[in-house]
Ligand binder design. Structure first.
Ligand SMILES: *Cc1c(COP(=O)(O)O)cnc(C)c1O
Length: 397
């Protein structure tokens, strides 16, 4: 006998619980309103204030804010000097932006397979993919768990590569005692509403390298400079020069003001995320048919995503059936990610199915559960009850 909503029974919840969501309160709104009433909506003082605060939070020298995390990754690739035919090694188990930024610069993304335990890029697979054209590495801290930066930085030093860490999932995470943002040559954080803090859309690159910093400032604003020390000519006070082909990738002061307000709550958000992950771990560790997320002992995750791995040897339902059964219970489960090179656009470019077997295999078994700080204990309990009910039905006996 089935008790499942997918078979017509009453769902665990009345309304759909999303997998991620922002948390905006009155004080956030008041900060944005203050900027709306000020002289500058964009290119004002709040952006620099936000940049300073982000840099100081992760102990980096510089931060450059962008209109979104994807633009930030593009700027980092520009600053790293990625150009035509340069190869950049990244993970296939990520959002398409992690490798699209290489394509924007005319470079070639090369995918190295993942570690089956952490789901992060496997440093040994990176070494196997290095050629004379390799210029940079873009590791991704999948779900918020830092990649093995000690090994990745060692490889980068050995082969003279730039490391751009895609830390869209890992603001506030720690690796060997250091905060993410202090270890790679450049580190990107995203402020999309499902990420740790939000600016609506937004992103940032943090770095200790002044050359990268200057280069990204130029790239963010049409390639234009007004800095008297950098101008080739000096025609008058109106004068500016375009030195490179940049973009309009600026963040607005409205966004930065929301970011400043959200940053004050980051520690509380992280505490909530870790607490919910802990409740999930305790509940799911004892349930047959799923594996809870493996955590490296020398890292502290920022828990952007909580992902269960289904064990097909213990279940008679497919991932699709289990996914649909959980959605019917009004649990907004999701899947992160379709391996990037399986996307039609990448297939068209000639990337081959089968090239990263771990990522392709793991992808088939992953399911993302709702996780965000605003979730209530009752929401968390609904997820646990629904997973229990669905697994019980689909478990092999
Ligand atoms: C969110 C995200 C980005 C960048 O996203 P934007 O929406 O452009 O801010 C890049 N990489 C990963 C892994 C992400 O999750």
């Amino acid at each position: 006998m089935s008790r499942l909503a997918v078979h017509g029974e009453t769902p665990v919840r009345d309304s759909m619980l999303p997998y991620g969501q922002q948390w905006i309160e009155e004080d956030d709104i008041a900060q944005v309103v203050r900027v709306l009433q000020s002289d500058y909506l964009t290119q004002g003082p709040v952006i620099q204030e936000f940049e300073k605060k982000v840099a100081s939070y992760v102990s980096a020298k510089y931060a450059v804010a962008f209109c979104n995390g994807t633009a930030a990754l593009h700027a980092a690739c520009y600053a790293a000097g990625i150009g035509a035919d340069d190869e950049v090694i990244t993970t296939p188990l990520t959002f398409v932006a992690s490798s699209n930024c290489v394509l924007y610069q005319g470079g070639k993304p090369v995918f190295a397979d993942i570690d089956r335990r952490t789901y992060n890029i496997d440093p040994e697979q990176i070494e196997a993919k290095i050629t004379s054209r390799t210029k940079a590495l873009i590791p991704v801290d999948f779900t918020g768990q830092p990649t093995d930066m000690e090994k990745i930085n060692a490889i980068a030093r050995k082969f003279g590569l730039v490391v751009i860490e895609d830390a869209a999932h890992s603001l506030g995470a720690r690796y060997q005692g250091s905060k993410v943002g202090a270890m790679a040559d450049m580190t990107m954080f995203s402020f999309h509403p499902v990420k740790h803090i939000t600016t609506g859309e937004g992103g940032v690159i943090v770095t200790d390298n002044e050359e990268y910093y200057q280069s990204m400032l130029l790239f963010r604003s049409h390639g234009i400079t007004r800095d008297p020390k950098k101008l080739i000519d000096h025609q008058g006070p109106w004068y500016y020069e375009m030195h490179t082909l940049g973009y309009n990738y600026r963040m607005t002061d409205l966004q930065a003001s929301l970011g400043l307000s959200q940053l004050n709550k980051l520690e509380m958000f992280l505490v909530r995320r870790r607490e919910i992950a802990q409740l999930y771990n305790e509940a799911f560790e004892v349930m047959a048919g799923v594996d809870t997320p493996f955590q490296q002992p020398d890292a502290v995750s920022a828990w952007h995503l909580y992902i269960l791995k289904l064990d097909p040897t213990q279940l008679r339902g497919s991932r699709k059936e289990i996914f649909e059964a959980l959605r019917a219970e009004n649990i907004g489960v999701n899947v992160h990610y379709i391996p990037v090179y399986l996307q039609p656009y990448y297939q068209e470019l000639g990337y081959k199915r089968g090239s990263c077997p771990n990522a392709e295999d793991v992808y088939e078994q992953l399911i993302t559960l709702p996780l965000y700080p605003k979730m209530t204990y009752s929401d968390v309990n609904d997820v646990i009850v629904a997973v229990d009910r669905v697994l019980e039905y689909y478990r092999l006996r």
